[in-house]
Design a protein around this ligand. Structure first.
Ligand code: GLN
Length: 454
């Protein structure tokens, strides 16, 4: 814990930790020492971790990197973080992210950009987003692991950009209670770690059956670490031909082939599969996610949480709402609220929101059919390219940034688990991540396959 606290103080330029909690960390470390000494040491006893700012942590600022939640210190602890503390983990502080987890580069944060510890010729790169602070902190050894959340790729893409491991569990495996909501039918928290084994241990700690989240699955949490047998003989791995998009980065393509070879060499069978509706995933996602976001973000009205705008003489409640939301939400969040409100409005609901929901069902059916045909997991890139430069995707067209999510959003729509594992480096020396997509509730098997790629 002391080593991490020192490393964190020496790495302010990465802007990964936006709120440091050294006193809490030392107090928790002392308790962990006592538990270790008494021989009663749970799975993560004494492991210092960082927490994405989207998780509510009691008495500690939890802002989802938004101005509108300035000054908000929750009265309660999220289930994920409570599970971590119960497992003996130690909180080092809160981590940077895109505002309300909307983004793929950690550039929309009220705290400013987070920086990737990996560089090309001293040029600053994005650690990805929205869990950019988590990925940067793990990659730079500021903590042993971090929490992330993944609505459309925000665990897997930053993991791929920083040479770390990130898993998005099956929807419902991890409780969403106390995690500030983006798009509730897609959001799922998960571990961001240095190794697959660490991810297995941490997933076992944070997953739980939780009566406080009605979408939390009523299934016992298996021992994920015990699933890491290393034996993948006879497993069938599907390569979805629709993911071979035109203009795919040649290095990403090469690493994809390399990963397939690694799995084949370990005894798996590689088969071609088709996910015919995959190409509609991105447009469907960018209707459904903003729709849910516009509804979830309606609660930030200047009354219940965080910041309220200063009012002038004669201003009433409508002006208070308008000014609070105009000042409190950044431009990307405002864009999503407008898109979401539009696609849900009378007259457009059927054309956009309902159509996107139908597409979502077809995307899920593609996966169901692949798994019914005996495929155990699906191998695809996590991202279309290695980490890009800061400012490179924040031009006039927001769709450029959205295109980064082309390989990740499908499984959020289908509710499936997916893990991103670093497999090799690009010619410029940057990490590249491959994604394995698993059967629902089979995170253990998925991590066992992923370990072969490490
Ligand atoms: N980049 C995607 C978005 O902006 C995904 C974000 C996420 O998974 N939280 O919506």
């Amino acid at each position: 814990t002391e080593a991490c606290l020192t490393a964190i103080n020496g790495a302010d330029k990465l802007n990964a930790f936006v709120h440091k909690t050294p006193e809490i960390a030392r107090e928790m470390a002392a308790r962990a020492d006592a538990r270790l000494a008494s021989g009663d040491a749970p799975a993560m006893c004494g492991i210092p971790v960082g927490i994405k700012d989207v998780f509510c942590t009691k008495g500690v600022p939890s802002q989802a990197a938004s101005r509108i939640l300035e000054g908000f210190k929750p009265e309660y602890e999220s289930t994920v973080t409570q599970n971590l503390w119960d497992a003996g983990a130690i909180m080092l502080g809160k981590l940077n992210m895109d505002e309300f987890a909307m983004g793929s580069s950690n550039e929309s944060s009220v705290y400013g950009k987070a920086i990737n510890p990996w560089k090309i010729d001293a040029r600053d790169l994005t650690p990805g987003g929205s869990s950019g602070g988590s990925a940067a902190a793990v990659a730079a050894d500021l903590c042993l692991a971090a929490t992330g959340t993944d609505t459309g790729g925000s665990i897997r893409q930053p993991a791929a950009f920083t040479g770390t491991v990130g898993i998005k569990p099956t929807y419902g495996r991890v409780s969403r209670w106390g995690t500030i909501a983006y798009a509730s039918s897609l959001d799922q928290a998960g571990p961001m770690t240095k190794t697959v084994r660490d991810a297995a241990i941490m997933l076992g700690a944070i997953a739980s059956v939780d009566a406080k989240d009605s979408t939390s699955a009523d299934r016992p949490v298996p021992d994920y670490e015990a699933a890491l047998s290393g034996d993948i003989r006879g497993k069938k791995i599907g390569i979805p031909r629709e993911y071979r998009i035109e203009g795919l980065n040649a290095e990403v393509d090469a690493v994809w082939n390399k990963a397939a070879d690694m799995l084949r060499d370990a005894g798996a069978e590689i088969v071609d599969i088709s996910l015919p509706h995959a190409k509609y995933a991105l447009p469907a996602y960018y209707v459904i996610a903003p729709a849910e976001a516009s509804s979830n973000l309606a609660r930030y009205d200047g009354v219940r949480f965080g910041r309220r705008a200063k009012l002038g003489a004669g201003d009433g409640i409508v002006e208070m709402y308008e000014r609070t939301r105009a000042e409190g939400f950044g431009p990307e969040v405002q864009r999503r609220v407008m898109i979401g409100t539009y696609v849900l409005s009378a007259g457009f609901y059927d054309a956009y929101y309902n159509r996107a929901r139908k597409v979502r069902a077809l995307i899920k059916r593609d996966f169901d059919q692949a798994y019914a045909a005996g495929v155990d997991a699906i191998l695809a890139p996590a991202t279309p390219s290695p980490a890009f430069g800061l400012g490179e995707m924040t031009g006039a067209d927001p769709v450029e940034m959205y295109l980064n999510d082309v390989f990740t959003v499908t499984l959020n729509l289908a509710g499936l688990p997916g893990v991103s594992v670093p497999v090799g480096l690009s010619a410029s020396g940057l990490p590249l991540g491959m994604q394995l997509i698993g059967r629902p509730w089979e995170e253990g098997e998925l991590l066992n396959l992923a370990q072969v790629l490490e």
